[in-house]
Design a protein around this ligand. Sequence first.
Ligand code: URA
Length: 211
Amino acid sequence: MTANVTVIAHPLVQHKLTLLRDKTTPSADFRRVIREIGLLLGYEATRDLPLENVPIETPLEPMQAPRLAGKKLCIVSVLRAGNGLLEGMLDLIPSARIGYIGLARDEATLQPAEYYLKLPGELGQRPVLVADPMLATGNSAIAAVTRLKQAGATRIKFVCLLAAPEGLAAFAAAHPDVPVFTAAIDRQLDHRGYIQPGLGDAGDRIHGTKG
Ligand code: URA
């Protein structure tokens, strides 16, 4: 099955992605750049947010002007690497509600186990952006979105930096209704489930910890 994927080919996104891929980029720069790219990915993923016209007055005259309609958007960070993108998405949409899903990957089975969940109310009435930089096997992405659907979310988009073809196929099979926004689709997974060429362990690179 082909995933519903948008690759953000914008030159600024591609330039920043190269900085993130470069192993000599230190954590402080990695954190700053992933935040910047989170804003740009969020911008593309929110293109179709609904608007409504409201009456306002400019200094010159009254007018009907568009503003975002409906309940506030929710950004859900998949801990811990999702927080890198979350920061930039909040720069873009400061009034967003925030949710967290903690998923730890068992390095032997590559299966995710949930260790934390905190979501805002009325999830079913909000657009939901899931932030998780690496769509590798797809197991965490699938688990996170399954959990959000159980909590009532219906309008979900998945935002990542990098995706592997294997993960995209698995994700599309599990959640064909959820569009994916990514800066690139890489070649493949290695035997440990890392994306190649990738950028390494996103959580470690953001936090300055070593895998
Ligand atoms: N998670 C990461 O942080 N990097 C990968 O390459 C795959 C999963």
